[in-house]
Structures are given as C-alpha cells and as structure tokens.
Design a protein around this ligand. Structure first.
Ligand SMILES: [Zn+2]
Ligand SMILES: [Zn+2]
Ligand SMILES: [Zn+2]
Ligand SMILES: [Zn+2]
Length: 316
C-alpha cells in the first residue's frame, strides 16, 4: 500500500492492490486508487489503525493506544522494526538504543530478543519518510518505510572531500563533485589505464571517488616498497551496503588472457587499511605484468559487485 500526501485539501492518495477496508474507489490494472483525508480514512476502516506521526510533519493520532505502545520513551518517535528489548522487556527505537548503555527504565542490560508483538502492529501504522524535512512526501507502512528510505531520492549525502561542507541528495552531491572535485572523480565508463610504479621511491597513496548504486565509494591505491594495495570504502551509511565487493584484475598487456585477480569486501569508511582488508600484490608478483621492460607501468581494472551480480567494469 502506498500513501502519498497530495498537498491539496489535506487529501492523501492511496494506492493498493488490496485495501484494508471497504471503500468505493477507482481501479487501474488491479490497483485500487482513492483520495481521502485522514479523517475519512479513519472513518472508513473499522479494524485498521492508521497513524502518521513525526516531529517534522503533521501529527494525526487515530488510535491513541497503538501510538502509545509504539512510542519510544526517550525521543517519542514511533519505533520501527526491528524492535529489540531489554532483558525485562522494555523497548526503545533504533536511534536511541545504540546511544544508551543499558535500559533507561530498569537499568537492565540490552538483549537481542525481538519484540514481535510490537513489530506486528507496524504494518498498519504509517510512517513518514525521515527525509520529509528535505521534501520527501512519502508516507508508508512499517513494512515498507525502511526499504523506501534506503533509496529515497531526498536522502542526504555529505561530500566526502575533507574540508568541503557540501550536503545534498545523491544527484546534487554527484553534480557538486563533478563540478568542484573533478580531479578526484572516477567516471563510470569502461576503461583501463596504466599506473606508474617505481619500487625505489617512497610510499605513494592515491585517493579517488566514484558514485554508483546510490552510494559514494572511495578507492585508495597505496604503494609501498614491497606491495601495491587497493581498497574501496563506502562513504555513506554502511549497514545496508555491506553487500558490495570489488575485484582487482592485473592484466598482461602483451597477453590479454594472462591475468591475476583478487577480491575483497568494501569497507566502512573509518576502518584503517591493512593487508587483510585490502587487495594486495607484491612487487615481485607485478614485475612480469609490466607494460614494457623499460618502465614500471602496470594495467589493472577494478570491478564492483553486489551479491552475485556484476555491476560495472571500471577505471584506472
Ligand atoms: Zn527513540
Ligand atoms: Zn528495561
Ligand atoms: Zn523518502
Ligand atoms: Zn565537495
């Protein structure tokens, strides 16, 4: 069920394959569409409670008892799944819980036990998108809101360049980056290029960024006396993005079929790089992949994958 505020006369547009209440409505390709005010929604349904509550947008409590059960005692926002509890049984929202060492009500330790009866209420409760202050008008049930916020076009991103204070949604951050930090950006077309390597000089580190899949990635290339290391970190929220990994392939320019490949998981941005969480090749491994015997250039490509699916082939 999708419910969106129309911005007109307090009416909400409801689209659903199966409405949770009886109502006369328009039908398009098996989807029922109707325009109602919250009061009308409340009057139309007997069993289903619909609640819209957020600090930033209109508050309308249709069933006060359900609201009370789902309210986080610390911040008063409505809790969303997964709802976890302390060893006594008190629940708090997923924003407040990580900030508290133990339960503020009874001082008992946290447990990982889920409160499924509370979670069971959330599909009939409506949540407004957490980015509504930036213009998102989506209002969705507890079973849909988390997935929406992951891909919400109003989600905020911080420019990853240090000292730059730009914040914007995905597209405006990407555009900002192209205009202001083009020298640090990797394009998304397929290409390979050479990398100068000279094992007699000191450590060298190159940092570049690219935008894909609604994420900002940082590619770090590090060369020490013995090793070449590649590493990719995700610069925005990591929890839902730990499914991405990358593959570094070194190719022999004289024989295209001769390759060396290693892969690793994308990292959280503040994790310190090590041989274990990066892809590394020793200088001895790389020597026979040099483009010519007279210089220290090697050819490599980097690919990013999500689960089993190849997403793109890329860059230098
Ligand atoms: Zn809270
Ligand atoms: Zn407690
Ligand atoms: Zn949104
Ligand atoms: Zn910037």
């Amino acid at each position: 069920m999708v419910i969106k505020y129309t911005g007109e006369n307090g009416r909400y547009k409801i689209k659903s394959k199966r409405l949770p209440f009886d109502a006369i409505c328009e039908e398009k390709n098996g989807t029922k569409i109707l325009l109602l005010t919250l009061k009308e929604i409340a009057e139309t349904n007997g069993n289903v409670s619909m609640i819209i509550k957020s600090n930033k947008c209109k508050v309308e409590n249709i069933n006060k008892q359900i609201v009370k059960q789902l309210e986080c005692p610390v911040c008063n926002e409505l809790m969303r799944p997964p709802i976890r509890q302390c060893s006594t049984g008190h629940s708090f929202c997923n924003t407040c819980r990580p900030k508290l060492n133990n339960c503020p009500t009874c001082r008992q330790a946290w447990s990982d036990v889920r409160n499924f009866s509370l979670e069971g209420l959330t599909p009939v409760v409506l949540y407004s998108c957490m980015y509504n202050q930036y213009g998102c008008e989506a209002i969705l049930s507890g079973s849909e809101i988390n997935a929406h916020e992951e891909i919400c076009e109003f989600k905020m991103y911080l420019c990853p360049i240090s000292n730059c204070i730009f914040t914007g949604n995905y597209l405006s951050t990407k555009n900002h980056f192209k205009l202001n930090h083009a020298q640090s950006l990797i394009g998304s077309t397929v290409y390979r290029c050479n990398f100068g390597q000279n094992h007699n000089t000191n450590t060298l580190e190159t940092v570049l960024y690219f935008f894909e899949y609604n994420n900002i990635y940082r590619l770090t290339f590090k060369r020490t006396r013995e090793l070449c290391c590649w590493n990719i970190a995700i610069m925005n929220s990591y929890n839902s993005n730990n499914k991405y990994f990358y593959v570094i392939t070194i190719t022999d320019p004289k024989k295209d079929q001769r390759k060396m490949t290693k892969s690793n998981l994308c990292l959280k941005k503040d994790v310190a790089l090590s041989d274990i969480n990066s892809v590394s090749f020793s200088y001895n491994d790389l020597v026979s992949y040099k483009n010519t015997n007279n210089n220290d250039l090697i050819t490599y490509s980097c690919e990013l994958y999500e689960h089993k699916f190849k997403y793109f082939v890329n860059f230098s």
